[in-house]
Design a protein around this ligand. Structure first.
Ligand code: SF4
Length: 192
């Protein structure tokens, strides 16, 4: 199947933007793989902060991801603790230094570029990018890692006026408002 010139140009633009974002990551104490891991841990829910889930998200290998996490740990940006779902495996959590590092994330400059280029009206761009990502993930048979509130297992407000008012029907776990916005390795898009 041949692509339209416009689709091909859009693919080149995404590739160029990605390279420019990566160029900003070469300065400082973190390499691009470490930035990827820190960003993921900041966005993922408590069931998804395992090396296996991170490897899935980055389409990387478990060994590569484990080395990245070990090096972030030695720099004091993350620490490990037993996984919520399986006591034999571990999950990684950001330290306060890890959270501070993300305030200097080079990707923030790209977000600023997007705001300025679109005049703050990002909805259409976001929709196109989401649908493109969905296609690419389906072609690679990967997981979506969507936001929890958009999952078919998400049950909203089953405990009104409590700190964990929502529930996960798949894992049978309580969920807070912050959990509902986090990304999850088990997320499956709600129909419709
Ligand atoms: S509702 Fe879906 S996205 Fe949320 S924790 Fe459960 S499986 Fe994950």
């Amino acid at each position: 199947m041949s692509n339209s010139p416009e689709a091909l140009e859009a693919a080149h633009l995404i590739d160029r933007l990605e390279r420019l974002a990566r160029a900003g990551e070469q300065v400082g104490r973190l390499n691009p793989a470490q930035w990827d891991a820190l960003r993921y841990l900041a966005r993922a829910n408590r069931f998804s902060r395992t090396p296996a889930a991170l490897a899935d998200y980055l389409a990387s290998t478990r060994g590569t991801v484990s080395r990245t996490l070990a090096s972030l740990e030695s720099k004091g940006y993350v620490f490990r603790e037993p996984s919520d779902r399986d006591g034999r495996s571990v999950k990684f959590v950001l330290t306060s230094d890890g959270g501070k590092a993300l305030k200097r994330d080079p990707l923030l400059a790209v977000a600023t570029d997007i705001e300025q280029a679109t005049g703050g009206d990002v909805a259409e761009l976001l929709d196109g990018l989401r649908r493109t990502l969905r296609q690419a993930i389906s072609r690679n048979q990967g997981r979506m890692f969507g936001a929890c509130f958009s999952c078919r297992h998400f049950l909203a407000n089953v405990r009104p006026s409590t700190r964990t008012s929502h529930n996960c029907a798949l894992l049978d776990e309580p969920l807070s408002e912050a959990d509902s916005r986090a990304i999850c390795v088990e997320q499956e898009a709600a129909l419709g």
